[in-house]
Design a protein around this ligand. Structure first.
Ligand code: ATP
Length: 269
């Protein structure tokens, strides 16, 4: 149970189409991961083409790194194992060797598999000198040894996908093992509009609702911030209806909520 999730591809429930914007990131992941996982035989013939063993997604919090990892597993038809760096190093220290062995042997049984290491900096961060916990150091060394030790057959079908908000904290040895690094940026106005359209696709909006205006009003928001804003805005008509019911001492059997307006979002910021 140091693994936070193990999900077969059909049950992950997220596809690339559910992710707004990030088109370049999706394209890079498709080339680097999906093709080699689906057609490993194309990558095992010469010497030049080798499937990538490790990819790092880095960028500000809430920009969709976890979501991308899940969608990638769906699209690649791979199982998805998720572990969190800080959980491994804090709760389970002491048993580094056993845990990493278990993780990698489990992964080879599940291949093709994507091992998503969230907060990879806590597990594989730069060596902390004297202050570093001995157990953290052992865990990191074990992890890297097991990673290097993947048999070549497995390495085509096991991908380590690390995510971090703090790429500068990563050790050089880790950076080398994550040869592809992909920046997952905050969305600009055009991309915020695309993300908002996904979140609001099933909502009842005013007919004159202007996505452009909302996109411009949310400068600096991450995908996660946009989602929270949409949830807060969608709550306003519910709250109003509940207040009306209370004032008029009624309890609607079939309540009809008013459509969402731009103002609901602005007021929820
Ligand atoms: P952290 O670095 O804090 O772990 P993260 O980059 O992994 O964050 P996610 O956990 O993937 O971010 O995103 C949080 C939530 O924000 C997602 O579950 C999703 O609802 C929403 N989200 C973020 N970006 C997008 C996007 N581009 N399209 C759709 N939803 C998004």
């Amino acid at each position: 149970n140091f693994i936070s999730a193990v999900v077969p591809p059909g049950e992950i429930g997220v596809k690339f189409d559910d992710i707004g914007a990030l088109e370049d990131v999706k394209k890079a992941l498709k080339e680097l991961v999906i093709l080699p996982m689906r057609r490993p035989e194309l990558f095992s013939q010469g010497n030049l083409l080798r499937p990538c063993k490790g990819i790092l997604l880095f960028g500000p919090p809430g920009t969709g790194k976890t979501l991308l990892a899940k969608a990638l597993a769906t699209e690649a038809g791979a199982n998805f194992i998720s572990i969190t760096g800080s959980t491994l190093t804090s709760k389970w220290f002491g048993d580094a060797e056993k845990l990493t062995k278990a993780l990698f042997s489990f992964a080879s049984k599940l291949a093709p598999v994507i091992i998503f290491v969230d907060e990879v900096d806590s597990l594989l961060g730069a060596r902390g000198g004297g202050s570093e916990h001995e157990a953290t150091r052992r865990m990191r060394n074990e992890f890297m040894a097991a990673w290097d030790g993947l048999r070549s057959k497995d390495s085509q079908r096991i991908l380590i996908l690390g995510a971090t908000n703090r790429p500068f904290d990563l050790d050089d040895a880790v950076i080398r093992r994550l040869p592809r690094r992909i920046y997952v940026d905050l969305p600009d106005a055009e991309n915020r509009k695309k993300i908002l359209k996904i979140f609001l696709s099933q909502e009842h909006l005013e007919s004159a609702f202007q996505f452009d205006k909302l996109a411009y009003a949310t400068d600096g928001y991450s995908g996660s911030d946009l989602k929270n804003l949409c949830i807060a805005a969608a709550y306003r008509p519910v709250q109003e209806l509940l207040e009306e019911e209370k004032e008029e001492c009624r309890n609607d059997v079939d309540p009809v909520l008013r459509p969402l307006s731009l103002d609901d979002f602005i007021q929820s910021k």
